[in-house]
Design a protein around this ligand. Structure first.
Ligand SMILES: NC(=O)c1ccc[n+]([C@@H]2O[C@H](COP(=O)([O-])OP(=O)(O)OC[C@H]3O[C@@H](n4cnc5c(N)ncnc54)[C@H](OP(=O)(O)O)[C@@H]3O)[C@@H](O)[C@H]2O)c1
Length: 303
């Protein structure tokens, strides 16, 4: 698996949240990001049916047609494309309907990986995974996966269907995956991919103690998942991470990406640049190998 995946979650919105449909990157900006990623050799793209209310898949499809390129595509199912809270979840009926919408927006017959975007407490795991596994049989998906899962869900799901990939949040500032899900993926030969590698921009050094939030930044738009990071201990860790990066002659995001990419258990990192030049730290990090002791030392900055 390629080690960097272009996250297309900001195309036409901020993820699947209906309040932001129509915001995020414009189609032109999304094309510039896809061009830049492709030019850097990043040939795997991550999206979801509901990202930007369907804009993300649609624009990836239009880009593929316009450029004649065919990246490896991961898409996901759970949230409503139209922002309708009554149309959510992982029932069999929904999955068989939603995949066709994804294929149509993307303009392809088959996606490379199809994922449950998050567990659905209202649908038995068995129903969900059998429905997703059927997509393998009919050739609409090349592999199947799951996102935002815990070990219990994963154990149950793998007993039903051949899960090839897990995509969970993982970064220096969110290490929950390392306790159970990451070891379980390693044990069972499942590729673990990390989203949120910069903790929404925090590990890029965008947010400084006592300084105003940068205009248009994630914290000004969708701060909820990151509010807990506005904390003295986190700011202290970020200052030390910045110093560690300077000592190595790199910038903070490069070191944060290197921390993930130096872990052989992490199959790939899903990056979320807003502008083409923001891809550079992730690409640079591919060449910055950190020894286990260095990784541990950086992790200890964020107890
Ligand atoms: N499976 C899931 O549930 C799930 C959830 C979230 C994301 N994802 C996927 O993972 C991708 C990445 O996630 P994420 O957006 O949360 O990643 P992230 O890397 O943690 O955060 C991205 C944010 O960091 C800032 N940033 C990125 N590169 C930067 C750079 N080089 N220098 C300075 N700031 C930089 C930007 O912040 P500003 O916007 O403030 O400029 C950007 O919006 C998404 O596009 C999506 O495909 C999946």
């Amino acid at each position: 698996m390629a080690r960097l995946i272009l996250g297309c979650g900001n195309f036409g919105g901020i993820g699947s949240a209906p309040a932001f449909f129509g915001q995020g990157e414009s189609e032109e900006e999304a094309f510039a990001l896809m061009d830049a990623a492709w030019g850097q050799g990043i040939t795997a793209f991550d999206t979801a049916d509901a990202y930007g209310g369907g804009c993300s898949e649609t624009w990836i499809g239009r880009w593929m047609t316009s450029r004649g390129h065919r990246p490896s595509i991961t898409t996901k199912v759970f949230h409503s494309v139209a922002g309708d809270p009554a149309d959510e979840g992982l029932s069999r009926e929904r999955i068989t309907r939603q995949i066709d919408g994804s294929l149509e927006r993307l303009g392809v017959d088959r996606v490379d990986t199809y994922m449950a975007h998050e567990p659905d407490p209202d649908t038995p795991v068995e129903e969900t995974m059998r429905a997703i596994a059927e997509l393998l049989e009919v050739g609409k998906a090349g592999a199947i996966g799951a996102s935002n899962v815990d070990r219990g869900w994963l154990d149950e799901a793998r007993s039903v269907a051949p899960i090839a990939v897990v995509q969970n949040s993982y970064s220096l500032l969110d290490r929950e995956a390392q306790d159970e899900v990451l070891p379980s993926c390693t044990e069972h030969g499942i590729a673990f991919t990390a989203f949120g590698p910069l903790a929404g921009g925090w590990l890029a050094g965008k947010y400084r103690r006592g300084k105003p939030l940068p205009a248009g930044s994630r914290m000004t738009l969708r701060p909820e998942p990151y509010r807990h990071l506005d904390d003295d201990a986190v700011y202290r860790g970020l200052e030390q991470l910045d110093e560690a990066a300077s000592r190595r002659g790199v910038d903070m995001p490069t070191l944060a990406f290197a921390w993930l990419l130096s872990d052989p258990r992490v199959a790939a990192v899903v990056v979320g640049p807003r502008r083409p030049e923001q891809l550079e730290p992730a690409v640079a990090a591919l060449d910055l190998h950190l020894a286990e002791g260095e990784r541990d030392a950086l992790a200890s900055l964020f107890p």
